[in-house]
Design a protein around this ligand. Structure first.
Ligand code: NAP
Length: 328
């Protein structure tokens, strides 16, 4: 096998980000898509010039025309369809959040290990050069001891039918975008927090439309994260240490839009803008699957990291519901 033949599971809006990068990648080709109806599948395949259209997810998974699937389903379906795909021998890139319970995470991990299929949470920003540079600066001690990671990801939308506002589908802003600063904090501190405390505002939708969380890590460092569906698009992160601070104005959407700026403010001396090589935001996760399947490389994101994301989200929700600080 020299190329991975991809299939898209559903007509999800997010597919539009993956389609060009699969095509742009050196070792991937987009050969099929599936929707819950043949008409929708065919219309989508025609629009995006995809060779094969399946009228059910099962039919595409049973086909030997594909090697890997991209799962952009609503959150409550991530575990079910990742498992079904791997049971059919397909490699899986599953959107964040990976799953909604730890039992689901553990079952998905076990099925990946039993079948030998690649499975990873599609946290595209973790593969971007900017995120890797930030990790190296922290590892190399440039910031000294990291004391605080702050991150925010907000946006607002008009369509109240959106999957993100449906509790039954795993909606809520912490699950949807709060997970980005949460995962950044875990990446910087090198593991899950020891304690988590959260506050939320639950709207008429019955999901959290505003969530703010604070976590403390083993070295005493603290993370403060927030997410919202109530305010216009805004994202930002900063990492503070005893020797200086880093600011990221595009931490999770490090798009090549000319606006991205990674700044280092040392304890003494002039601020420095740190150069970040350009790379298509969604390409790294696609290349990671290719390297794992074709070259036998380990996936960049580990199951332990993913499990800790979910464990921390669940602790934050429990804290917000009970008013207690939760020990992990
Ligand atoms: N990494 C990122 O940058 C990023 C960005 C956006 C979203 N996401 C993630 O991607 C996933 C999808 O988000 P999206 O906004 O693209 O979703 P979306 O446009 O609402 O699409 C979800 C698709 O799932 C299928 N589906 C199956 N059962 C469904 C049900 N009960 N209700 C609704 N849809 C159902 C539908 O496809 P068919 O009708 O064709 O079967 C639908 O088009 C989420 O997990 C989200 O967190 C990630």
């Amino acid at each position: 096998m020299s190329k991975i033949r991809w299939g898209l599971l559903s007509t999800a809006n997010i597919n539009r980000r993956l389609i060009p990068v699969i095509r742009e990648s050196a070792r991937g080709e987009l050969v099929a898509m599936a929707s819950r109806s043949q008409e929708a599948a065919q219309a989508y395949a025609d629009k995006w010039d995809i060779p094969q259209a399946f009228g059910s997810y099962e039919a595409m998974l049973a086909s030997d025309a594909i090697d890997a699937v991209y799962i952009g389903l609503p959150n409550h379906l991530h575990a079910e369809w990742s498992i079904k795909a791997m049971r059919q021998g397909k490699h899986v890139m599953c959107e964040k959040p990976f799953a909604l319970t730890l039992a689901e995470v553990d079952e998905m991990t076990a099925v990946s290990q039993q079948t030998g299929c690649y499975l990873a949470e599609a946290f595209m920003y973790r593969h971007h050069p900017q995120t890797k540079i930030v990790g190296e600066l922290v590892q190399n001690g440039r910031l000294g001891r990291v004391t605080l990671v702050r991150g925010i990801f907000n946006f607002a939308f008009n369509n109240r039918e959106n999957i993100r506002l449906q509790p039954e589908l795993g909606g809520g802003c912490l699950w949807d975008v709060g997970v980005y600063p949460l995962s950044l904090a875990q990446y910087i501190f090198g593991g899950p927090p020891q304690q988590a405390a959260g506050h939320q505002w639950v709207g008429e939708s019955r999901v959290d439309e505003l969530f703010s969380g604070q976590m403390q890590y083993a070295n005493g460092g603290v993370a403060q994260i927030s997410s919202s569906f109530c305010t216009p698009w805004y994202t930002y992160a900063e990492i503070l240490g005893t020797e200086g601070r880093l600011t990221l104005n595009r931490p999770f959407v490090a798009l090549n839009d000319g606006q991205r700026k990674l700044m280092f403010y040392p304890k003494e001396g002039e601020p420095e803008e740190i150069a970040v090589p350009e790379k298509e935001l969604y390409l790294g996760e696609v290349e990671d699957l290719h390297a794992a399947v074709l070259d036998g490389r380990s996936p960049y994101l580990t199951f332990a990291e993913t499990r800790n994301h979910i464990k921390t989200v669940l602790a934050l929700y429990k804290s917000a519901q009970t008013g207690q600080v939760i020990s992990l």
